[in-house]
Design a protein around this ligand. Structure first.
Ligand code: ATP
Length: 478
């Protein structure tokens, strides 16, 4: 089993992530977060919110509706241009993104040392992406390079066709063109259309940001790889409004800060890298992705984009409402430029799961342990009575109740202590607290550290503070 398969299986077994509507056989590319997964995801979300909205007095939060006025998506360009170029392998009947097939082909050539050929294909690929006849050009490259179906090995392709990724629905009783609306394919537009209201009510001055976490929907044609690519997912986006001409310094600043955030969540720096966009959207003047070294290769988890004044200008045009800002320092009016940080919450969770997963041999036995950063871990502490008598269960329950005032704690009295430890290792619980005979005499419990498995005696009344200190000071062991 490869790492991703192990994580999919652990996720279902332990309650991180389930296939959606599992009793009906699941629904493709949709997933539900179980009891552990929902905590993990909330912790990631809360750290993002704290880092954006609480730590910066010039970033405000927002929670816009998923359903928006249909003109929003005309102004944003999504109705006309939110397409993916798709191609079908007639042999396997599987569908692929044509651009991804070519990118993978280029990477393979490079890995085989065929730099010159890779360079040539890359040049053609970039020209194709910019051409008015993109599907045809991509198709030609696939044929000329004899790129084969990744699953079948066959060379039997259809044409390349464009698919719009937005989910359509209707507002009200009548389903016609007049009532057609879309589920938002990104959270960013909710921020842009509220720019004026949010700025005026918060009295923020440029530069300032608006942050939002929420669901987005894309009818992804090729949706595989677990929660990496879903049809319903969550984004954490912050749009930073800046004066024209200052965007590059803010862009660099946000790049640094966003990379640091992932590292602060316990992700090893060597498994993160920058990827510069080869093809800039026509309105962008800089774009980098943060990529993580997933089991299936380097893939995007977050994009940092310098979007110029494109979005606000388009909304000004389509709505007829001014999107200008009067800058008191410059004494001039302008449409602000935007630096965007756009992270996928589910991809972040998948990265945290991949990063945490470890198999170790302990006294001849294998243990699976999820080495989450303790502040991200779904459950912080588990409390066990050593045996189910002599007042230990009562003392352990009382301690668990105390700990719950601080963080999520779990009481468990069933099975041997060894079994209880293993269950908590798989859940990634950083601390296991045992109430034993000595506790009943001295009031001190033993706390076992998930990573080192070392045990320490700590006075019961200091247990919560002791764990909090350890959580803050946590560093990943090699
Ligand atoms: P990709 O190229 O992988 O489709 P994208 O460039 O279209 O991603 P953006 O539109 O920049 O992605 O969205 C910002 C972030 O939202 C991405 O970095 C990713 O983490 C997340 N995201 C986008 N699409 C999905 C999806 N279908 N499932 C889960 N997360 C997604």
């Amino acid at each position: 089993m490869d790492l991703l398969e192990k994580i999919v299986s652990l996720s279902k077994r332990r309650g991180f992530v389930f296939p959606s509507s599992d009793i009906y056989g699941g629904l493709a590319a949709t997933y539900d977060y179980g009891p552990l997964g929902v905590e993990l995801k909330r912790n990631a979300k809360e750290r993002w919110w704290r880092d954006m909205v609480y730590r910066n007095d010039n970033i405000e939060g927002l929670d816009a509706a998923i359903l928006m006025h249909p003109t929003v998506w005309k102004a944003s360009g999504h109705v006309d241009a939110f397409h993916d170029p798709m191609i079908d392998d007639k042999a396997s009947k599987r569908r692929y993104r044509a651009d991804e097939l070519i990118e993978r082909h280029i990477e393979k050539l490079e890995a085989r040392g065929k730099e010159e050929q890779a360079g040539r294909v890359r040049e053609r690929f970039l020209a194709a992406l910019h051409s008015d006849n993109m599907p045809k050009e991509l198709h030609r490259i696939i044929l000329d390079e004899e790129i084969r179906g990744p699953d079948s090995g066959a060379f039997d392709w259809t044409e390349v066709r464009q698919f719009n990724l937005m989910f359509e629905t209707h507002a009200g009783a009548v389903a016609d063109d007049e009532t057609r609306i879309w589920l938002r394919p990104e959270t960013a537009q909710g921020i842009f259309v509220n720019f004026r209201l949010a700025q005026e009510t918060s009295r923020q001055q440029i530069p300032f940001g608006i942050a939002q976490i929420g669901k987005a929907f894309r009818n992804e044609i090729v949706a595989r790889r677990f929660i990496f690519r879903m049809r319903e997912f969550e984004q954490m986006e912050m749009q930073y409004f800046v004066a024209p001409g200052t965007q590059m310094e803010h862009f660099e600043d946000w790049r640094e800060r966003r990379m640091q955030w992932h590292i602060d969540n316990g992700v090893r720096p060597e498994r993160l890298r920058w990827h510069e966009h080869e093809k800039l959207a026509h309105y962008a003047d800089a774009a980098f992705d943060v990529q993580y070294d997933f089991p299936m290769g380097w893939q995007e988890i977050e994009g940092i984009h310098s979007r110029t004044d494109f979005d606000l200008r388009r909304h000004q045009e389509f709505s007829g409402k001014k999107m200008e800002y009067f800058d008191p320092k410059r004494q001039e009016k302008y449409i602000p430029y935007v630096v965007e940080t756009s992270a996928g919450l589910d991809r972040t969770v998948l990265m945290l799961l991949c990063e945490a997963y470890e198999e170790e041999k302990v006294e001849g036995e294998e243990r699976v342990v999820m080495k989450f950063h303790p502040e991200i871990a779904p459950v912080k502490a588990a409390v066990f009575p050593l045996v189910k008598r002599d007042g230990m269960p009562e003392a352990a329950r009382a301690l668990a109740a105390d700990l719950r005032e601080h963080f999520k704690a779990f009481y468990d009295e069933s099975g041997s202590i060894g079994k209880r430890y293993r269950r908590m290792d798989e859940a990634g619980t950083p601390f296991c607290v045992t109430v034993d005979g000595e506790t009943m005499e001295t009031g001190a419990v033993t706390i076992r550290d998930r990573d080192s498995m070392a045990q320490e005696r700590v006075a019961t009344e200091h247990a919560a503070a002791w764990m909090k200190d350890r959580m803050k000071a946590w560093r990943r062991s090699a």
